[in-house]
Unconditional design. Structure first.
Length: 80
C-alpha cells in the first residue's frame, strides 16, 4: 500500500475486546487496553509499546503515535 493510500484501519471498540489481539493476555485494572493508531486493533502495553510517525494520509501530523509491535515493524521496513 502506498503512502498516498494508507489510511487508519478499522477502529475496534474497547468494549468488543477482552484480551490482547497479539498475546491473548486478558485485560484488567492492571493490564490496560491500548489502540494501535495504524491498524485500530487493541493491545496490551507489552504488545504496543512503540511509537512512530504515521504517513500524512492518516491526518495525525508529525507527532509519534502508539502502534502495535507488528505495525511498528512494517513501518520500520518502509511499508505504510
Amino acid at each position: 500500500q502506498s503512502e498516498a493510500s494508507a489510511t487508519l484501519g478499522v477502529w475496534i471498540p474497547d468494549d468488543a475486546v477482552r484480551q490482547c489481539t497479539r498475546c491473548q493476555a486478558g485485560f484488567s485494572l492492571m493490564r490496560r487496553k491500548h489502540h494501535c493508531r495504524r491498524c485500530g486493533h487493541v493491545f496490551c502495553d507489552k504488545c504496543s509499546s512503540n511509537t512512530a510517525v504515521l504517513p500524512a494520509s492518516f491526518g495525525l501530523g508529525q507527532t509519534p503515535q502508539r502502534v502495535c509491535n507488528g505495525c511498528f515493524t512494517l513501518l520500520q521496513s518502509g511499508e505504510t
